[in-house]
Structures are given as C-alpha cells and as structure tokens.
Design a protein around this ligand. Structure first.
Ligand SMILES: Nc1ncnc2c1ncn2[C@@H]1O[C@H](COP(=O)(O)OP(=O)(O)OP(=O)(O)O)[C@@H](O)[C@H]1O
Length: 620
C-alpha cells in the first residue's frame, strides 16, 4: 500500500515527467547531432555490454548444474559445468574491459561534439547575456555541463543497460527454475524496500550535494575574482586579505561536503542492513526447503547466487541514480543556457544587402533602454547619406555608444527604425549586417594570439600586401617594427601586453582591412597621444573617404571636418549641423568647443596644434 502510494504520488509523477523531458533533451542534444558512424559504434558498444550482462546473469546456472552433478556423483559433467561457469564469468569480464576501450573513443567524441555545440551556442547568445555573467562563469557552466552529460552517458551504458539485462535474465531464470513462490515474494519485497529506502536517501543526498557544490562554485568565484584583480591586489598589498577570503570560502564548502559524506555513509549502512536481512532470510527459507527435501543442493546455490545477483544490480542502480542525479545537477545550468534563445532567433531577419559601396543610414524615432525602467535613447532621428561622415558628440553617458551598438545589432531597439539603403536592419540577417559594418570600439580586446592573427581575423583571405597597407593606415607598422618578434608577437590575454594606444591601432587596422560599407568609430583614437592621433586621423580620413562613417568623439577638433555633427544630450539629439554653423549658433556645441579650447583641448586654427590629454570630465 505504502509502496503503491509512493509510486503514484504527484511529486513522483512530476519527477517522471521531468525525467522524460530530460531524456528528450538528451536525445535532441546528444543523439541527434551524432554522426551515423558514431551512433553505430555506440550501439555496438551497448550490444556488447548487454551480452556481457546476459552471460553474467546466466552463469549461476552452470554453477547449479556443477553442484547437482557433484552431489549426484557425475564428475565429468560437473567439471564441464565448472569450466563453463569460469569461462562465462571470464568472458563477461573480458567483454567489459574490451568494451571500455571502444567506448572511450565514442565518449570522447560525445564530449568534443558537446563542447563545440555548447560553446557555439554560448557565442551566439546576445551581447547582453555575456555582459550579465561573471568572467569564467559561462566557461564553467559549459565544462560542468559536459562533465554531467558524460557521467550520465557512462551510467546509461555501464549501469542502466546491464541492470536491465541482468535483472531480466535473473527474473526469467528464477521464474522458470523451481523456486518456491514464498521465497520469490520475500525477495521481491526486500528489493522494493531497498529501492524505496535508496530513493529517499538519494533525495536527502541531493539537497546536501547541491549545497556543497554551490559552496564550491562560490569559493571558485572568490578565487578567480582575486586572480582577475591580481594587479590591484599587489599594488594595494592585500594578498593576505584575499588569501583569507579564499580560505573562508573554501572552508564553507568543506563543511557542506562533511554533511554530504555523513548522509551518504548513513544511507549506505541502512542499505547494507536491508541487504543482510534479505540474504539471511532468503537463505534460511532455502535451507528449510533443502532440509524438507523439496530443493536440491544446487537449488540452494542457485538461490544464494541469485540473491547476490539481484542485490548487486540494485546496488549498482543506486550508484547510477547518484550519478544521474549529480549529472543532472551539473548539467542544470548548461541545459538552461542551451534553452536561452540565440541572437539569430531573436533577430530572425534573412535579407542581404544588395550592391557594393557605401550605405546610406537612416535612423527614425529610435528608442531604447537597457532596462525598461530607464530609457537611454528617447527618439533619435539622424541620417547619413552614402559616403558621408556624421559625427556624434556629447557628454559622457548621453547614449552615443548605445547608438553604435544598436546599429551593429548588438541590442534590438524598443521602438523606431534603423535602415541601411532603405532596408530595415531588423529584416537583415545579422551576418549580412555585420559583414557590412566595421567598428573601432572604445576598448579593444584582442585574442591571445599573434599580432598577425589578430589583424587577419578581420579578413582571413586578405593578402600580405593588404594587411601591410591596413597596418600602415593605422600607424601599426611602427609598433610592429619595435617589437622583437614583429608580427609574430603574442599579444597576451585580451591583448594585455600592448598599450591602450597600440591596441587601438590594431582595432583601426582591422576595420580598415575589412573594407566596410559603414564605418563606426567609437572614440577610435582616444587612447593615442595627440601627435599619433593627428597622424592616424589623416590616414583614417583617407580610409573613410567614400565610406559612410559615424564618428563618436569627445575631442571636437577631430570631427570638425565632418559633413554633419550631431550633439547628443540625455539620449536626444540637441543640435545638428556643420562645425561652423553650430559654432555660430552659440548653443551647446559652441559651449563644448569653447570649454575644450580653454582647457587647451581643441585646436581652433590649423597652425596651433597644442593638444593635451583629454580627460572625459572636460566635457562634463
Ligand atoms: N550594458 C549596459 N547595461 C545597462 N546600462 C548601460 C549599459 N551600457 C551603458 N549603459 C548606460 O547607458 C547610458 C548611456 O551609455 P553610453 O555608453 O551609450 O554613453 P556614451 O555617451 O557613449 O558615454 P561615453 O562618452 O562615456 O562613452 C549610461 O547611463 C550607461 O550607464
């Protein structure tokens, strides 16, 4: 009654339902993308595992025959039966070992496919998702998830499958052999009690396992935060503080693991007690049958062997449940991540941009906020005719970079429209849009690779001559010449071995090499010293000639020649016009210009290029 209630309860059905859903995910995420050859190999491996389990399940029959013939005095048959028994046991073990070898290759292929698929999906997630996560968190989610799936695959092939085959064989033998029904029902009752106790134990373990794993992940987070800030830690001599907080975080994890181990040990003891009772009771019943002459000595051996054989798989099933539960916990975050829609799903446009050459950009009533409660752009209207340059200037935080991010499709507007050559960018595929646009961002992050690899990343098919020309335009040649390994210099993680200005030159060279139809320069030269900036500015002007360009700049002197200048204020365009016109109007632009002039940051005639470092606060 209790058992029936247990298995019919709503939570149990709910769990079955979620297991069904996960199996669906397993099929979709792992099985379907597998190549035919890998599937066949996995099926072959599973077939061999099942064969091994079947042989193991039948082996006690040979032992029973041996005992019966020994007691009956027919030695030769007994010897044959013993040899068969040993051969069966040996074969089933040998199969297991051989299969492990073949399985290793399939499982590694599973892992490779999963890593690739998971990282491809993660890369395709919207920009905002990446900004919201802590560095390293996504990589950890993927690694844990792949480990979890691998555990579950191991458990399915090496535990669940042999369990089904072995139990099936054992049941078939016990039902066909002449074992009294009373003994079978005692055995079945013990197996069910064992199953339920185990199931409850697993639930208790699961909660403490989660707490322990969470504490561990937090401790790892504290440690990686310390490493990521190593420069600050050293400069403030705070090593001891960081070490202590790392130690405390890991100690919290340690206490949680102690609790988990105690629960596992208690459950193990309880299960051993049930097993001992089951074995003892069944063997006593069998002994009574033998004493009453209703069962042969071989039958007694058979019962003993099969009690062990039933409990063995049930125990292994317990291990499997533990593996699956831990696997599910490990994959939980990856499964959630894989369910998040990628950029292409959120921006399902498929159109391409016809023609070649510069694109006309039209922005109408563009509205956007990162947070719906806090709008950043309040209805922007701008156009850049094909081949012209528009400069956007304004205070820090007024929304200039946000505008650039919307143009590249990194975020989707809340309202209004952006059109390239009359085509709404929401109708374009992201590949078509981003192939046409090149961006020089405020902060350039580089790949942990050589300078050459970083530059050629923009256009892998570019010739050496094209690459060198792009480097010349960006003033990168001088940087390369000064490096001992020239183009083969590895720039360090995120490009940390280069100065800000050097990285910016790589970014400019990349944009030039890409030959875009729309160029976005987001304070592209802000990290350069004034003299270098001026040299690169004129090269950039050459490169931008004939390319539609949107320049975001703080230093107004760098954009005075733009075809049009728009002044942005609190997410609105406050003024628009050419430099001279805006200056004459005496509005916000003129005020900014004069403020920079006073700070020596603007050059008001061509002959006095006395510019200093521009602190962003100079505009505020
Ligand atoms: N990823 C983000 N999530 C939430 N808010 C953001 C995000 N990026 C920027 N903001 C906010 O949006 C506003 C506009 O930022 P934006 O970077 O567009 O300004 P900006 O004009 O380019 O500034 P700066 O000249 O300093 O680069 C700011 O208030 C900023 O805090």
């Amino acid at each position: 009654m209790f058992l029936a209630m247990h298995f019919m309860s709503a939570t149990y059905r709910q769990r079955l339902h979620s297991l069904h859903r996960i199996l669906g995910e397993f099929r979709k995420g792992l099985w379907q993308p597998l190549s035919r050859a890998r599937r066949q190999r996995l099926l072959l491996v599973s077939g061999l595992v099942a064969l091994g389990a079947g042989i193991q399940g039948l082996a006690p029959l040979a032992l029973t025959t041996a005992v019966d013939h020994l007691t009956a005095g027919s030695l030769s048959i007994a010897v044959l039966a013993v040899v068969t028994y040993a051969a069966m046991a040996g074969l089933s073990r040998a199969l297991r070992q051989g299969v492990s070898l073949a399985y290793g290759a399939v499982a590694r292929a599973f892992e490779r496919d999963l890593y690739r698929q998971a990282y491809a999906h993660t890369l395709a997630l919207p920009h905002a998702v990446h900004l919201d996560r802590r560095a390293g968190e996504l990589a950890r989610t993927v690694t844990d998830g792949v480990r979890g799936w691998r555990r579950m695959l191991d458990a399915a092939v090496f535990t669940a499958l042999p369990f089904v085959v072995e139990i099936g064989t054992v049941c078939a033998v016990l039902l066909t052999a002449d074992v009294p029904a009373s003994m079978l029902s005692v055995l079945l009752t013990f197996v069910l009690i064992y199953g339920v106790v185990f199931h409850r134990g697993i639930l208790g373990q699961r909660a403490s396992y989660r707490t322990a794993a969470k504490a561990d992940a937090e401790a790892q987070g504290v440690a990686s935060d310390g490493l990521a800030n190593q420069e600050t830690v050293k400069l403030f001599t705070r090593e001891a503080l960081v070490e202590e907080s790392i130690g405390r975080a890991f100690a919290r994890g340690g206490a949680a693991w102690d609790l988990y181990n105690r629960i596992v040990a208690t459950n193990g003891l309880l299960l051993s007690a049930i097993f001992t009772l089951a074995l003892g009771t069944t063997l006593l019943l069998a002994a009574r049958e033998v004493a009453a002459g209703r069962m042969s000595a071989g039958g007694f051996v058979l019962v003993n062997a099969y009690v062990l054989q039933v409990v063995g798989p049930v125990e292994r099933l317990g291990q499997m449940a533990r593996e699956v539960v831990q696997g599910l916990d490990l994959t939980a975050r990856l499964r959630a991540l894989m369910a998040e829609p990628g950029e292409a799903t959120l921006s399902p446009g498929t159109q391409t941009l016809p023609g070649r050459g510069p694109l006309a950009l039209a922005i109408q009533d563009l509205r956007f906020g990162y947070d719906p409660q806090r709008p950043v752009l309040h209805g922007i209207n701008l156009e850049i005719p094909a081949g012209q340059t528009l400069a956007v200037v304004g205070r820090s935080g007024s929304g200039k970079s946000t505008l650039a991010r919307l143009i590249c499709g990194l975020y989707r507007p809340d309202g209004g429209a952006l059109r390239l050559d009359g085509v709404p960018i929401s109708d374009l595929s992201l590949t078509a849009l981003r192939s046409a646009v090149a961006v020089v961002p405020q902060d350039t992050v580089l790949l942990h690779d050589t300078l050459r690899a970083n530059l050629i990343f923009a256009l892998p098919e570019a010739s050496e001559a094209e690459m060198l020309e792009a480097a010349r335009v960006a003033g990168l040649e001088t940087v390369v010449d000064a490096l001992p390994e020239g183009w083969d210099t590895v720039v360090g993680e995120r490009g940390l071995r280069l100065s800000g200005g050097e990285k910016q030159r790589v970014a400019i060279a990349r944009a030039v090499l890409k030959r875009p139809r729309l160029l976005l320069l987001d304070e592209a030269t802000s990290s350069l010293d004034t003299r270098t900036e001026r040299a690169i500015q004129s090269s950039l002007d050459d490169a931008a000639r004939g390319v539609t360009t949107l320049v975001i700049a703080h230093r107004l002197s760098t954009v005075r020649n733009a075809d049009e200048i728009a002044v942005m204020e609190d997410g609105r365009i406050a003024e628009r016009g050419r430099h001279e016109l805006l200056l004459a109007a005496g509005g916000r632009y003129a005020a900014l210009w004069h403020a920079q002039e006073e700070n020596g940051l603007s050059e008001h005639d061509e002959g006095t290029p006395e510019l200093g470092y521009l602190a962003p606060s100079a505009l505020d």
